[in-house]
Design a protein around this ligand. Structure first.
Ligand code: NAD
Length: 296
């Protein structure tokens, strides 16, 4: 079997087009355009690339945006004070602090400083907690994007065994919660693996749906995957490649060539989950502007 490709680029484009139309209608109704404030601390080339992609997407869908660039010497107190000002600024709908932060800053503290009603990344404990108990919340963009891909391709998860490799707060844990939900979407039985999991293959081989978000290039090989499995590769890893102008190439956490021979569906890297993350951020920013999740 050779897997069918889950084309995240295509679905993200459709999602952005939907958001663009909704933003246009929202503004036609006399509202100001949604505004996303990005906060970028220090100089991290990968962060620059991600912020660039988010800014371009905002322009495309009619969301106003600005990037506040702060030095990597900024103290936690100064950064939190900047965030508090943005929390109190009624012209700001969404606040996104680009991660990772320099080592002296705690991402947890900084995220908690964001007003949860403006937390369009869906990382604030209030949003994570509400997601866990099934209340409306801003959903972390990558897991939300994965669920959107399943919906678009009518890939069922009900009663399936979904194995998630990686247990981070931004991908692994929230996708396990969404897939495991008994109400609405999800309805899968989930297993969450992490770096302390013994015999990873014992788990991955039993997966009907395998979501891999470990940040380990080519961790999952064809022999670790069951025939017909749906594979979502979240990993984005830079590996040195002198044949490329940039000096690196992007690979996922799955060995694409061998895994695609076993899987029924697979996301490529790049062009799979990545574009969906940005598209869902656009959706969340519009929801924040409309105060749809947290009405006043
Ligand atoms: P993280 O480093 O915060 O977490 C990694 C998780 O994987 C941890 O739970 C760790 O225990 C687990 N892990 C590591 N090695 C493992 C192994 N050998 N076996 C089993 N589990 C293992 O990472 P993250 O922020 O969740 O990101 C994971 C990957 O996804 C990275 O490559 C990142 O760049 C990528 N990512 C992509 C998107 C996107 O939009 N496509 C968004 C976020 C993250």
């Amino acid at each position: 079997m050779s897997a069918k490709i889950i084309d995240g680029k295509k679905v993200a484009k459709l999602t952005r087009e939907e958001v663009r139309q909704d933003v246009e209608d929202w503004v036609k109704d006399g509202n100001r355009a949604p505004f996303l404030q990005v906060v970028l601390v220090g100089t991290n080339p990968a962060s620059d690339v991600y912020v660039g992609a988010k800014t371009r997407a905002c322009k495309e869908v009619g969301i106003q945006t600005d990037t506040k660039r702060l030095p990597d010497t900024i103290s936690a107190k100064e950064l939190k004070s900047t965030i508090h000002k943005l929390n109190n600024d009624d012209s700001v709908d969404g606040i996104l602090v680009q991660l990772p932060l320099p080592n002296h800053l705690s991402a947890h503290d900084v995220i908690e400083a964001i007003d949860y009603r403006k937390d369009v990344d869906g990382f604030h404990p209030m949003n994570v907690g509400r997601l866990t108990v099934g209340e409306p919340s801003f959903r972390s963009c990558t897991p939300a994007g994965i669920m959107e891909l399943f919906k678009h391709y009518s890939i069922p998860s009900k009663s399936k065994h979904a194995v998630i490799v990686g247990a981070s707060n931004i991908v692994g844990r929230p996708i396990s919660i969404l897939l495991n939900k008994e109400e609405g979407e999800g309805k899968a039985t989930t297993t969450v693996c992490h770096k302390y999991t013994k015999d990873l293959t014992r788990h991955t081989i039993s997966a009907d749906i395998l979501v891999v978000a470990a940040g380990q290039p080519n961790l999952i090989k064809g022999e670790m995957v069951k025939e017909g499995c749906v594979v979502v590769d979240v990993g984005i890893n830079r590996v040195a490649d002198e044949t490329k102008e940039k000096g690196y190439t992007l690979v996922g956490d799955c060995h694409f060539e061998s895994v695609k021979e076993k899987a029924s569906w697979i996301t490529p890297v790049p062009g799979g989950v990545g574009p969906m993350t940005v598209a869902m951020l656009m959706k969340n920013t519009l929801l924040a502007a409309k105060k749809s999740i947290y009405p006043e």
